[in-house]
Design a protein around this ligand. Structure first.
Ligand SMILES: Nc1ncnc2c1ncn2[C@@H]1O[C@H](COP(=O)(O)OP(=O)(O)OP(=O)(O)O)[C@@H](O)[C@H]1O
Length: 501
């Protein structure tokens, strides 16, 4: 196999010059070094250098923060695997390293990197995955038949399979637990599953190593992280507290359009303008706010931009299609991916040159992680966020983000681009529009205060959004859904079943 040199040698750790992995002959097993060379990893990235040099021992507990796309995956896999190789292998068939991460796509990506890192070991070190959307029974059968020394899992499925005693027994000799995207793993969404998992694996007092990694570590995560870290754990960061938390190499811009309906036209004009400036290997991710909103953008832009390869990735797709599309977009040299936050964190799509966020990001952390899908592994990238007036507070509130107004005038040409968009919408299915309309209402309902809107205004702008899509009247919404959204009695909604239409 040829060696591809993908070097981070320009990235020093503070004042220290980047070092080669080969200089770690005393720390890392020769087979791991050989595999790293094969992967094209010659120099350590700052976070890899810090972890491998500054951890008191390879099995020490740690909380590690480093910017997106700077090699955190290898930074946790290498010490954990090396620790096993130093005589700490669990008995055959037992799980030694458990990695928890938020999405299925990320679990597969981490498992792939683990396989690459262990590829030159004299005997195979198996890495298994466990995540939802796949056949539970056949997955478990593979797990029991094989020797899953490493398991990369999402919390829901792991919690589910740990209800079986035979599965729990596989964890009796655990050496390391990693929380990748630790802040996400410990937030309200995942924390209940994580706590249940922690009750079902051996207690922390058994001495397993805890490792928490993320590009964003809010102060409060420190408290929660303690459930996997012993007091006195090592805290490492490659980010200066006065520095912007996003990758320095990414110029970040925003475009504020007067009304939400202009978001489509602005996105169309922006893509065209960016393509004009950088036509070679034009590889872009456009993040939308909801899965159905992303589905709609995908359907629309497939009509509007037939000359581009268009992809979509969101939670309303089957797992097999998600996995296939992830691989295709990883391997393509150009194309536009319309995505929801299922790929907002951790995913490594090589050579994405531009990230666009259409609509309000759900949090500043989410913004930072999405921007981090570009400028990875030392490459360049750009990021543009399109907001409508009520959403523009995002830029003024988060002054730590180096966001500038987009340097090209998109607004004065909006009329023409809107006309093209409205024409494109004629070919989009009514069902896709209705779903996007409902998702738009639901998403923005949770941000009413920040958007400085009341429920009545929200329905009004949602109906304008529907009109832009070419809906002659607002799509019907089920009475139950309206109740769940807390919009009962708000004027302007059309209540009823779409099935009956
Ligand atoms: N030492 C290295 N030399 C060259 N390339 C590297 C090195 N370490 C990692 N990479 C590459 O850099 C890219 C980003 O790595 P990785 O996905 O681990 O980043 P990350 O810090 O975990 O990002 P995120 O915060 O988005 O999860 C990957 O393509 C990976 O193969």
């Amino acid at each position: 196999m040829t060696e591809v040199k993908r070097s981070f040698n320009t990235m020093a750790v503070g004042d220290t010059q980047a070092q080669t992995f080969d200089s770690l002959g005393d720390t890392l097993d020769k087979s791991l070094l050989r595999a790293l060379r094969r992967m094209g990893f010659e120099y350590m990235t700052p976070v890899q250098q810090k972890v491998l040099a500054e951890l008191p021992s390879l099995s020490s507990d740690c909380l590690v923060q480093a910017k997106t796309g700077t090699g955190k995956t290898a930074a946790f896999l290498l010490p954990a695997i090396q620790n096993l190789l130093q005589g700490n292998q669990p008995p055959k068939g037992q799980v030694g390293i458990l990695v928890l991460c938020p999405t299925r796509e990320l679990a597969l990506q981490i498992a792939k990197e683990c396989d690459q890192i262990t590829a030159c070991l004299p005997s195979k070190l198996e890495c298994h995955t466990a995540f939802g959307g796949t056949a539970r029974a056949s997955n478990l059968q593979k797990f029991f038949k094989g020797t899953p020394t490493v398991l990369v899992a999402t919390p829901g499925r792991l919690d589910d399979i740990l209800s079986e005693e035979a599965v729990r027994e596989k964890f009796a000799n655990l050496r390391t637990v990693v929380l990748d995207e630790a802040d996400r793993m410990l937030d309200q969404g995942f924390a209940p599953a994580i706590h249940k998992i922690l009750k079902r694996i051996p207690p922390k007092s058994d001495g397993w190593q805890g490792m928490c990694f993320s590009a964003t570590i809010p102060a409060k995560v420190d408290d929660v992280a303690k459930c996997v870290l012993f007091p006195g754990y090592t805290s490492l960061s490659t980010i200066d507290p006065n520095e912007a938390p996003t990758v320095d190499k990414v110029p970040q811009y925003s475009i504020t359009v007067p009304h939400v309906r202009h978001t489509f036209g602005a996105l169309f004009a922006l893509i065209q303008n960016e393509y004009k400036q950088n036509p070679n290997d034009f590889k872009v991710i456009v993040f939308g706010t909801t899965a159905n909103g992303v589905g709609l953008l995908h359907d629309l832009f497939e009509e509007l931009l037939p000359e581009f390869k268009i992809f979509e990735l969101h939670s309303r797709m089957s797992q097999s299609t998600r996995t296939r599309t992830t691989e295709e977009f990883k391997n393509t040299s150009s194309g536009i991916l319309f995505a929801s936050d299922v790929v907002g964190r951790g995913m490594d799509f090589p050579n994405v040159g531009l990230v666009i966020q259409a609509g309000l990001p759900s949090s500043v952390e989410q913004y930072i992680h999405r921007v981090g899908r570009t400028a990875r592994a030392g490459k360049d990238g750009r990021a543009v966020t399109i907001l409508f007036e009520n959403e523009a507070f995002f830029v003024s509130v988060h002054k730590q983000l180096p966001i500038q107004p987009y340097p090209v005038d998109i607004i004065s040409g909006l009329k023409e681009s809107q006309a093209v968009v409205e024409n494109g919408f004629k070919s989009v299915r009514e069902e896709a529009k209705a779903k996007a309309y409902q998702a738009f209402l639901g998403y923005n309902k949770t941000y009413l205060k920040k958007l400085r809107l009341d429920a009545k205004d929200l329905v009004k702008i949602s109906n304008e959004y529907a009109a832009t899509m070419g809906c002659l009247e607002p799509p019907l919404i089920d009475k139950k859904v309206v109740g769940k959204m807390g919009l009962k009695g708000v004027p302007g909604l059309r209540i009823g079943s779409r099935k009956a239409e």
